[in-house]
Design a protein around this ligand. Structure first.
Ligand SMILES: *Cc1c(COP(=O)(O)O)cnc(C)c1O
Length: 219
């Protein structure tokens, strides 16, 4: 099936309240343009340099989401245009995003990444670290970032009940923080689910899915 057909099929079965991020990392611009021509406007990339090259070359009504792990010294390259940063998991990184947002006279939306998987290697905060970050004085003074939700990745496994357990954990953390209302932190987005597990993620309350290989093919 073509990229267009894949997109139409996935979109036709997504509930209206669920946003699709087309994960286009490693794919050539011609593939992204095929998705663009099928009306896709939100693309997810995991390397800042690659995303910036694509941003420069492609139509300007695209919303670029950074979904990968971020090196602090590279934030400046995406600060002028990035639309949502999914993988924020430290105060230090938030400080840099805030600083670069100020320089660009923007407010940058971010999701805090929560560690829900069993694997040690996956990035993210636990619930205690999340509370600590939101309660910190330094966070409260960050005028140019806005935490708009949470993001997480389940363990890479075929065990559906384990994946479900992890998604439900993230949903429960999300629900327990939804009432927080400080100027720069109001949670409305729950980013969870990829090609292999997005249907389960939606059942568990996801409002944003990040789908790559089911649209663009394997990498
Ligand atoms: C690559 C990636 C995805 C998409 O993965 P697929 O299995 O190709 O759908 C989603 N989220 C993150 C954080 C990724 O790095």
């Amino acid at each position: 099936m073509s990229i267009k057909e894949n997109l139409f099929e996935i979109k036709s079965e997504l509930p209206k309240n669920v946003t699709l991020v087309a994960v286009s990392k490693t794919k050539p611009i011609s593939d992204l343009m095929e998705a663009y021509d099928a009306d896709q406007r939100i693309f997810g990339e995991n390397k800042i340099q690659e995303m910036t090259e694509k941003w420069e070359a492609m139509p300007k009504d695209i919303q670029w989401h950074m979904i990968g792990h971020i090196q602090t010294n590279k934030v400046k390259y995406m600060a002028p245009y990035v639309s949502l940063i999914h993988g924020v998991d430290s105060l230090k990184l938030l400080e840099e995003i805030n600083k670069q947002a100020i320089k660009n006279n923007r407010i940058i939306d971010c999701l805090l990444q929560i560690h829900i998987a069993e694997e040690e290697t996956k990035f993210g905060l636990n619930e205690e670290e999340l509370d600590h970050l939101i309660d910190s004085d330094s966070f409260k003074t960050m005028s140019n970032i806005r935490i708009v939700g949470l993001m997480g990745m389940a363990t890479f496994t075929n065990n559906q009940s384990q994946i479900k357990k992890e998604f439900l954990l993230l949903k429960s953390i999300f629900d327990s923080k939804k009432a927080i209302s400080i100027v720069n932190c109001q949670l409305s987005i729950l980013s969870m689910g990829m090609s292999g597990d997005y249907k389960l993620a939606i059942e568990c309350g996801s409002s944003m899915v990040r789908i790559g290989s089911s649209i663009f093919g394997g990498r």
